[in-house]
Ligand binder design. Structure first.
Ligand code: ZN
Length: 159
C-alpha cells in the first residue's frame, strides 16, 4: 500500500493550534473511501442491522480500518470509528490526519455519534472527517466543526 507523508504538526495535540497540514490528496481520499466501505463488510451488527465501516489515516500515511461490533448487552457495542482508533492507538499511532466513514444509508451521509466525536477529539481538534454515502459522494468537516467548544487533554493541564 502506498504511504504518503504529511506534515502533521497540527495533528499533534502538543501543538494543536498550529494548522500547517496540507490537504489530504485525492488518491489518499479515494483509498480511505474504499477501505471504509470494505471495513463495513466485517461489521458485527446482529441487533441494529446497521453496518458501519471506518478508515483512519495516520500522519504516517498508515490506514487502520474499523467496523461496529455490537453485543447482546447493548451498551457494550462499539462504533466503527472507535474500533479504528483503538486499533491504531494499540499499535502506537496517535497522530491522525483523517477518517472516512461508510454505511448503507442511501439517504443521508453517515455521521459519527457524539461519543465517537469526543474520542476523536482526544487526539486533535483539527483533522478531517469524511462522511459518505454508498454512491461514493461525501461531505468533509474538521472535528472542530463537528464538536465545537469541546473538552480535551489540554483543558486538564490548566489546573
Ligand atoms: Zn460512535
Amino acid at each position: 500500500m502506498a504511504q504518503v507523508q504529511y506534515d502533521c504538526s497540527r495533528g499533534n495535540h502538543q501543538n494543536i493550534t498550529n494548522s500547517t497540514t496540507s490537504p489530504v490528496g485525492h488518491e489518499q481520499i479515494q483509498l480511505l473511501l474504499h477501505v471504509c466501505k470494505e471495513a463495513k463488510k466485517s461489521a458485527y451488527c446482529p441487533y441494529s442491522h446497521f453496518p458501519v465501516g471506518a478508515a483512519l489515516l495516520t500522519c504516517d500515511g498508515k490506514i487502520f480500518s474499523g467496523c461496529n461490533v455490537e453485543n447482546a448487552c447493548y451498551p457494550l457495542g462499539v462504533c466503527a470509528e472507535r474500533t479504528a482508533i483503538q486499533k491504531a492507538v494499540s499499535e502506537g499511532y496517535v497522530n491522525f490526519r483523517a477518517m472516512a466513514i461508510a454505511s448503507n444509508s442511501e439517504e443521508d451521509f453517515i455521521v459519527p455519534c457524539g461519543a465517537c466525536r469526543q474520542v476523536m477529539r482526544e487526539f486533535s481538534r483539527d483533522w478531517d472527517i469524511y462522511m459518505t454515502k454508498p454512491d461514493g459522494t461525501y461531505i468533509v468537516k474538521t472535528l472542530q466543526e463537528l464538536l465545537p467548544l469541546s473538552f480535551g487533554p489540554e483543558d486538564l493541564k490548566k489546573f
